[in-house]
Design a protein. Structure first.
Length: 234
């Protein structure tokens, strides 16, 4: 069944955006990477600069609430007042690193503005999580630095780039390369790709009998509860 809904969304994507057909294998690989992480209780973190920062926020937002379907929230919501439980929507844990204004400006001023995402990944990321980086050239230094930290921490890595993949191609488990080098056209390709991925993930977790990634009794994904570890992780 998973193959069926993935094929449906891929067919729709390629019908509307035929130039993206060469990206098909990498899009499926990205879906499997994200699905595997969410099923294991992992979190996806997103980063990018400029228009790619807006895409990082947009992508995370589509995962954190219903996208095209009403997402059930599962039995955990039964303990909440009805007016809250009935309003909530199923979510996949997604965090855009483009926020964190106080931390990022402090780190930029005190340490190195090129390593703001890297610091956030060091503080937040855990083995089994995913770092998603968007860069039209594939050469954004701060995104690449964050990828290196993610790899050191045992996180999966995914990039959306332009045609060459830039330096991110060698740093990521999966790189979806939009087949153009013109910045605005790369960005125009990124949006329908991550929308298709959101649709596939929504079907995988909320239309096939599941209610999102596994949660503990506390409501937090496994591995995200207090462990006494410092922010540096393992």
């Amino acid at each position: 069944m998973a193959a069926t809904f993935a094929s449906r969304h891929m067919d729709e994507l390629f019908t509307r955006h035929s130039s993206l057909v060469p990206c098909g294998g990498d899009i499926i690989a990205a879906f499997k990477l994200l699905e595997r992480a969410f099923k294991a209780g992992g979190t996806a973190y997103f980063c990018g600069n400029g228009g790619s920062a807006a895409d990082a926020e947009h992508w995370a937002g589509e995962l954190l609430k219903g996208f095209e379907s009403k997402r059930p929230v599962g039995p955990l919501a039964a303990s909440l007042p009805p007016e809250i439980a009935q309003a909530l929507q199923g979510a996949l844990p997604a965090v855009p690193l483009t926020g964190f204004l106080s931390l990022r400006t402090a780190f930029a001023n005190d340490v190195d503005p090129r390593l703001d995402f890297a610091q956030l990944v060091w503080g937040l990321g855990r083995k089994g999580d995913v770092l998603v980086g968007l860069s039209t050239s594939g050469n954004a230094y701060n995104v690449g630095a964050a990828m290196r930290v993610a790899r050191a921490k045992g996180m999966a890595t995914l990039a959306l780039t332009g045609e060459t993949g830039g330096e991110l191609r060698a740093l990521c488990d999966v790189t979806i390369r939009v087949p153009t080098r013109r910045t605005c056209h790369v960005q125009e390709g990124h949006l329908p790709i991550y929308h298709a991925l959101c649709l596939m993930l929504e079907d995988a977790f909320f239309q096939l009998g599941d209610y999102g990634p596994p949660t503990s009794a506390s409501g937090l994904p496994p591995g995200k509860q207090g462990t006494g570890r410092d922010a540096g992780g393992t």
